[in-house]
Design a binder for this molecule. Structure first.
Ligand code: CO
Length: 134
């Protein structure tokens, strides 16, 4: 697999509106896009920090995995997303071959026009890992 950079950091929050004063007024970052991802039961807000994005994730219902993360005491960084240059499908096949537990067996549509797939944190040193491509 060829990773070119960190594409974004996913940050779990209970309320995007509640955390915006910090990101916007203290850090001086602007939200350039908000998007509801029905598939993942989250509302997202994207902020650009140089070449990397922050993806704020707000659960849209109690069944959201982000809500479960928050309910289990999780806060802040939820996942790290790597940009894969040689294809997410190929990367998944390679991970599968190496015994990495996959959350997604095939790439699916993520927020901000990306094709994404998640690797299970049990296989990735506890870091929920997203692989993505444009
Ligand atoms: Co993400």
């Amino acid at each position: 697999m060829k990773i070119s950079r960190i594409e974004h950091l996913g940050i779990a929050v209970q309320s995007i509106d509640a955390v915006l004063p910090y990101f916007r007024d203290v850090l001086g970052l602007d939200v350039y896009k908000t998007e509801v991802v029905e598939d993942q039961k989250v509302k997202t807000a994207f902020l650009q920090v140089g070449a990397v994005k922050l993806e704020l994730l707000e659960p849209t219902c109690p069944e959201s995995t982000v809500q479960k993360f928050l309910d289990n005491g999780g806060r802040g960084i939820h996942h790290v997303a790597f940009k894969v240059e040689d294809g997410v499908s190929e990367a998944l096949a390679m991970c599968d071959e190496k015994g990495i537990r996959l959350i997604d067996k095939a790439p699916r549509k993520g927020a901000d026009g990306l094709h994404i797939a998640f690797l299970h944190p049990k296989s990735t040193c506890g870091i929920l890992t997203e692989l993505c491509e444009e």
